[in-house]
Ligand binder design. Structure first.
Ligand code: ATP
Ligand code: MG
Length: 612
């Protein structure tokens, strides 16, 4: 955009260290006349200002166009060239410098320079940047970076990735022609980084392989394949009833302090040795919470295969807004190399709030709950990037565990319903259960996994067969029978079994269970081993049972892990071993009638077709 005076004049500012000679000045006028069609050099108004800061040469400003022939500009260009070369050639300094110098071309390019109209709350409006694109990185004169978010008729709105500091009305800014992105490489494993990929753990520079835009289109239908491999969480309540497959998106939803983060962290810990890369994204969280989480991952040796990407509550809203997209770009880098990746977004409620802040400041119109109209798209375009790629593309996958915090268990609020409809299922955590000590506090009735069943191992599917129905029956019966005391024996049995099964689903933090251990526990519970052991608490009995199998029947565990199926003869042997175990843990006196019938219960043989 040139600045015209009258109908066909042009006004320009020439910055220089020494004033140009009259001949040079005339050359400038001719150049301006030709470029801006002033209709003759007499219509060119050229102001000359001596500016020693540019070190030498000239800078010509015409409206929002800038022509930089200054020494300072050359220095900057050379710095960029060196930087580019360093990104390309990792390691050796000398060859890198040689290529940088040989490839360096002085460019007296015309660039577009905008001026800031308003600045505040991490948002700026800029006038004069007519050729920037949505999502382009813009660079202010003091080195602060921003990203274009709104393109309007005569100005653009941008978000800042830094505290605005010295940016104010009149600050100058240029587009760099690149969309926002983060550097990615294998060197990120084990690191804690911010939303722009800069290290935050004091561990020094991270060498980058490439630079990936933070917003990428999701893989298309042809590029995908169905979910078929399990992503084991190691949590019995989830793996048995709400199995997650690699490439799936399973929402973890619940009120505050119901163990949402704990489930995600336990899942990360359980990926040890399973050839899966984990990325934990903290969005708008307290720095202290993130620090303790990183400590926990380090202590358990999980940092070796993990990356933690952090935007704390103290970070400006724009950084919180881009954090999950950056994390996904990093995940995609690994996925396209054929790796399986698990990504946790903790949490997307805060992400939506950060986006609402930005949108309101940018002047977009608020809708339901004051969120902008495109808040659904905010999360759908993020979560659609999780996929299992086809074999042709290497077969890598991204499994997403987004987290949503509800208020008072209300899953029908705006953001929760949106994310529920985007994901392939949800694990609903309930405060009541949590306070009753039922932890993890998974609500069996409201949780679901829509595609994971296809990825569940055959053994687990068979062992967990009727667990959900049993528990549903138990819950119904429990409410019914709360006030009555005289129950018939079959109802009593059902209640007892359900209670034991609920108890069985309790699991302390940081104690993931292997598939075989889960299957053994489920088979034992199905055949009333735990409910019949009145002298032993269920969890204690379960611990003993698993230890017993590891010590006395390692062959059965090995076979389960190997074949991942539960053939009838294997089940038979497991049940025989259960009987053996039950006999070994009978109370000393052995005369307690209740206990002595436990394993010889005739109903068991009848209930169990495999044994009949
Ligand atoms: P916030 O809403 O603050 O993010 P959250 O829902 O992520 O909370 P967590 O931080 O995971 O919840 O857990 C809350 C507390 O509950 C923690 O102190 C954690 O140790 C405890 N907790 C979570 N799961 C279990 C469990 N299975 N057994 C015992 N304690 C647990
Ligand atoms: Mg949490």
């Amino acid at each position: 955009m040139s600045e015209h005076i009258g109908t066909s004049g042009v006004r320009a500012l020439l910055k220089c260290v020494t004033r140009p000679t009259p001949q040079q000045e005339e050359q400038f006028r001719i150049f301006l006349d030709r470029t801006y069609h002033a209709g003759g050099t007499e219509n060119v108004e050229l102001e000359i200002r001596v500016t020693p800061e540019i070190h030498g040469g000239f800078i010509l400003d015409v409206g929002s166009d800038e022509y930089d022939w200054s020494t300072h500009g050359r220095e900057r260009q050379f710095e960029t060239a060196i930087d580019e070369a360093r990104k390309k050639s990792r390691g050796d300094l000398l060859p890198m410098l040689k290529t940088a110098i040989s490839e360096f071309r002085v460019l007296a390019q015309k660039s577009e320079v905008g001026t800031v109209e308003t600045a505040g709350d991490g948002i700026v409006t800029i006038q004069g940047l007519d050729h920037v694109m949505y999502g382009e990185i813009i660079l202010f004169e003091n080195g602060v970076k921003g990203m274009v978010q709104n393109i309007e008729r005569d100005h653009v709105g941008a978000i800042l990735f830094d505290q605005e500091g010295t940016i104010g009305e009149g600050s100058r800014v240029t587009g760099i022609g690149k969309r926002a992105g983060i550097p990615v490489s294998d060197a990120y494993l084990g690191r804690v980084v911010d939303a722009l990929g800069n290290p935050m753990d004091g561990g020094g520079r991270i060498e980058a392989d490439e630079y990936r835009p933070i917003e990428e289109p999701a893989p298309g239908i042809i590029d995908r394949q169905p979910v078929s491999e399990p992503m084991e969480t190691g949590i019995l309540a989830i793996d048995s009833m709400f199995p997650i497959g690699r490439g799936q998106r399973e929402l973890i939803i619940g009120d505050r302090q119901t163990g949402k983060t704990s489930i995600a962290v336990d899942t990360i810990l359980n990926q040890k040795g399973k050839n899966c890369i984990c990325i934990y994204t903290a969005i708008g969280q307290k720095a202290s919470t993130v620090a303790s989480l990183v400590n926990q991952l380090k202590k358990s040796g999980a940092m070796d295969y993990s990356v933690v990407l952090v935007s704390t509550a103290a970070d400006p809203a724009p950084l919180q807004y881009i954090a999950p997209y950056s994390a996904t770009s990093l995940a995609e880098y690994f996925m396209h190399r054929g790796k399986d990746v698990l990504i946790v977004y903790d949490d997307l409620s805060k992400h939506a709030v950060a986006y609402r802040t930005i949108s309101l400041l940018l002047g977009r119109s608020p809708g339901r709950e004051a969120y902008p109209g495109d808040v659904f798209y905010l999360h759908s375009r993020l979560l659609e990037r999780s996929a299992r790629l086809s074999e042709r593309l290497g077969g890598g996958s991204i499994t997403a565990l987004p987290i949503i915090e509800t208020q008072g268990g209300d899953v029908s609020a705006y953001i929760p319903t949106n994310v529920i409809s985007i994901t392939d299922g949800q694990i609903f955590l309930e405060s009541n259960l949590f306070f009753q000590g039922q932890r993890p506090a998974v609500n069996v009735g409201l949780s679901v996994s829509r595609v994971g069943g296809a990825a569940q191992t055959k053994a687990m599917k068979k062992a967990a067969g009727s667990l959900r129905i049993d528990l549903a029956q138990y819950r119904e019966m429990e409410v019914f029978t709360q006030f009555s005391s005289d129950l018939d024996t079959s109802t009593q049995k059902l209640l007892k079994k359900g209670k034991a099964q609920m108890e069985l689903l309790r699991q302390p933090l940081g104690h993931p269970m292997s598939m075989a251990e889960q299957v053994l526990s489920l088979i034992a519970a199905e055949h009333n081993l735990f409910s019949d052991m009145d002298h032993l608490p269920v969890k204690e009995c379960q611990g003993k049972l698993i230890r017993f199998f590891h010590e006395s029947h390692p062959d059965l565990i090995a076979r389960l892990e190997m074949t991942k199926t539960l053939e009838d003869d294997l089940k038979e042997r497991i049940l025989a071993a259960c009987d053996e175990f039950a006999a070994s843990v009978k109370p000393e006196d052995g005369t307690n009638e209740k206990n002595s019938i436990s394993m010889e219960d005739p109903i068991r043989a009848k209930d169990n077709p495999a044994r009949a």
